[in-house]
Design a protein around this ligand. Sequence first.
Ligand code: NAP
Length: 308
Amino acid sequence: MTTLRLAIVGFGKIARDQHVPAIAATDGVELVAVASRHASLPGVPHFTSLQDLLSEGPPVDAVALCTPPQVRGGQAAMALADGKHVLLEKPPGASIGELDPLIELATRSGRTLFATWHSRFAPAVEPARQLLASRRVTAVRITWKEDVRVWHPGQSWIWEPGGMGVFDPGINALSILTRILPQPLFVTAAELSFPVNRDAPVAATLSLTDVTGLPITAEFDFRQTGPQSWDIELDTDAGAVLLSAGGARLGAGEGVLVDLAKAEYPGLYQRFVELTATGTSDVDLAPLRLVADAFMLGRHRIVEPFED
Ligand code: NAP
């Protein structure tokens, strides 16, 4: 097997915390360059833009785009046009429409476009999907509440148009739910709380359902201090199921079926290496569509200013 020569573009929190160690832990891929305006990694060739990397850098087969969603579409188009495989951090774009030309470009050039959903690689997600396959789910409650000041310090892009505010973490819950439930889901109502000084919501409440009328509620909040909540509770015909800790823990009834602090990104890179071997794309837009519909259907509430 040839080794995939990969460059990280946008060397911020997630690139540093997760991508670098995951690449080092995954067979078949090596980090050969970083393109980031300000940040670099000692010992790895550095370029201040993707354009400079592509024109002056070492040969690369693939790029992992870890920049904010507002700039990722243009970078993905540039990389695909240059014959590179592309890994997109979540959410895959700032809009749904911008993904269509990228999918087409990837298909035409026989390159991989991988829209990643890292939470789907959490250790309890696949066991949850298998458990639920033999049960009838009767209600779902999502509680996804975290402290933005702890998890997204100084990330001004998250509050700008296309940054999605509280949906930046909330979409992780939706990526899990759309994976573990068998039917497509859709939004029926939403309330989005916009701080008066921000262009993205700090909190949101969603009602969703499926073709069977399954009642699903989701509470997202960026103002959570103290204990953080990344929980999905499901009522089923065979008792309660709780997927908690962002998908690391699965409980059913009184029992704990999975409780594992296992990193998500090595599995994600393993999948990317497999996809690039055949130039196959994997772009599931279901979670992004739910967020877009929440913005489209949602009632807007203006709330007190929010300062980082
Ligand atoms: P971040 O810390 O702000 O890093 C993004 C980096 O991209 C910045 O450090 C910056 O590096 C570069 N960048 C910012 N604005 C740019 C622009 N306008 N043009 C070009 N480059 C720009 O953000 P992050 O937390 O790593 O998040 C990046 C993506 O990963 C987001 O979509 C997020 O949802 C996703 N993600 C984040 C987490 C997390 O826990 N933080 C977890 C999973 C996924 P330079 O200034 O050096 O260019």
